[in-house]
Design a protein around this ligand. Sequence first.
Ligand SMILES: *[C@@H]1O[C@H](CO)[C@@H](O)[C@H](O)[C@H]1NC(C)=O
Ligand SMILES: *[C@@H]1O[C@H](CO)[C@@H](O)[C@H](O)[C@H]1NC(C)=O
Ligand SMILES: *[C@@H]1O[C@H](CO)[C@@H](O)[C@H](O)[C@H]1NC(C)=O
Ligand SMILES: *[C@@H]1O[C@H](CO)[C@@H](O)[C@H](O)[C@H]1NC(C)=O
Ligand SMILES: *[C@@H]1O[C@H](CO)[C@@H](O)[C@H](O)[C@H]1NC(C)=O
Ligand SMILES: *[C@@H]1O[C@H](CO)[C@@H](O)[C@H](O)[C@H]1NC(C)=O
Length: 495
Amino acid sequence: MVPIMTRAAVYTLSLLLLLLCTLHSRDVVNAAHSSQPNIIFILADDLGWSDVGWRNPFMPTPTLDKMATEGMILNQSYVQQTCSPSRAALMSGRYPYHIGFQHETVSANHVFHLPNDQLIMPEALKKLGYATHMVGKWHLGFCNWRYTPTYRGFQSFYGYYNAAEDYYTHIQKHGYDFRDDDQVDKSAVGHYSTNLFTDRAIRIINDHNTSQPLFLYLAYQAVHEPLQVPQWYLDQHCSSIVDNDRKIKCGMVAALDEGVKNVTDTLKQRGLMDNTFIIFSSDNGGPVRAAASNYPLRGSKITIWEGGTRAAAFVYAPSLLQKTNSSYEELIHITDWYPTLVEAAGGGSSVANIDGVSQWKNLLSGGSGPRHEFLYNMDEVTNSSALRQGRFKLVQGYPGNPNGWFVTPELEKLVNATTDEIHNGRGHSPPYQLFNLNRDPEERNDILDSHQDVFQQMKARLDSYRPSLLPSKTTDRVHAADPSNFNGNWSPGWC
Ligand SMILES: *[C@@H]1O[C@H](CO)[C@@H](O)[C@H](O)[C@H]1NC(C)=O
Ligand SMILES: *[C@@H]1O[C@H](CO)[C@@H](O)[C@H](O)[C@H]1NC(C)=O
Ligand SMILES: *[C@@H]1O[C@H](CO)[C@@H](O)[C@H](O)[C@H]1NC(C)=O
Ligand SMILES: *[C@@H]1O[C@H](CO)[C@@H](O)[C@H](O)[C@H]1NC(C)=O
Ligand SMILES: *[C@@H]1O[C@H](CO)[C@@H](O)[C@H](O)[C@H]1NC(C)=O
Ligand SMILES: *[C@@H]1O[C@H](CO)[C@@H](O)[C@H](O)[C@H]1NC(C)=O
């Protein structure tokens, strides 16, 4: 009797223990996961400061406006001046001038790619247990498979490697550029990319196994050139705009907004929104020669004026943010998202050997941030750079063209102003210019002469950045890259 009872007792006890252990470990797992928010990073392409409804009443972005209002508008969120440098900074957390990305964008036939010498954002999030997916534009090099998204931390990739392709044919120059993971995907032909990318994002969210946290990098083609959009969006949302290019841009923005609506609706339907952190940002300022508006900021995409570098951006996470319906005025630089998201994922408050700093705690609390300074860029080819310290911006050399204040036709009456372009080139630029962006966010008054002390201090500080510059990768074009060698596709395998 005794041994049997003992055996039964032992059996019951071990069952209990097993149950306890199981419960315990499942609780731990759940706790770890619920503290790891899902992260959706929506990167718009070439969206201007005033190409959003909360700054320009002609832009039909009800979804983005509502999210910005229910979240926090990032009013001092800075990016790089063009696509590849910004995306490199986002993925690596490093200033482009530290990795040779300060001057060029990656052309389809360049042997030029994001360096493989460090973990990048998706690799770090994957290590922290995230499912990692990328949809949209890469633009960080693809000459060898090991530089492409599915070899750089993304478990899936749906999109294109290059830039500025046709929204329907997906042809760039004379090559086709559209992939599902590493396979060429011809089923995309004839379909507008904003729809394709939205549909894939929805599928990823619907298929996602919620036992893991989700990281989705949704890098829309919208609203980069070429100016293309289904007629429906023009008729439906943009009839009050007369200028033709501007009308098309408006339609592209409307389609983007609808895409974000469909994606966020899916997150809500799946019950994921409560533990999801969404970042929305443009990759650079709007190109004013391609119907974008950065008004009232100075300059354009490609320049290190505010119009090229101060992004339309917000964060949205209704149940995570303590402060909502507010404008967040602390400085954020695009290199900050990598360490910010690593901290969000429970990976500690800093990442070694990068230039970004985590903004996680202050974004959640709405309190003051860790950043008081950043480098806009440092380009030894054009001999130009700019540094921000608090309210001051020191510009060295020529910040670039187009220069001036560009007013899109539909805004002229509203703001009672017209375009005021400055036609001076590199040779006419003062060697240094100083602006107080608190008082003068439009960079209209160079205060260098009256602020010699600030100038000397900032010039010394700017010079202290120079020694760590890695020369810009100005690369030769490689004939082996030609799509004629790859059945008409832009394809890895030539470096
Ligand atoms: C959003 O969803 C609606 C309804 O399914 C669809 O008609 C529309 O094309 C979608 N928009 C985008 C940009 O994919
Ligand atoms: C989700 O993942 C967990 C853990 O890997 C697994 O046990 C479960 O079966 C998966 N659920 C579905 C629906 O695939
Ligand atoms: C947001 O704040 C403004 C005032 O700053 C207020 O008029 C508006 O109703 C608020 N919106 C929401 C959704 O709370
Ligand atoms: C954002 O910054 C601009 C100027 O830099 C300022 O005029 C504006 O009041 C700030 N806040 C909002 C909500 O736009
Ligand atoms: C518009 O600007 C002009 C020139 O700066 C000025 O004379 C005029 O009073 C302004 N009109 C309005 C309605 O602000
Ligand atoms: C670069 O520009 C600075 C002024 O902005 C000038 O002092 C310096 O001589 C220039 N360097 C070269 C190599 O041209």
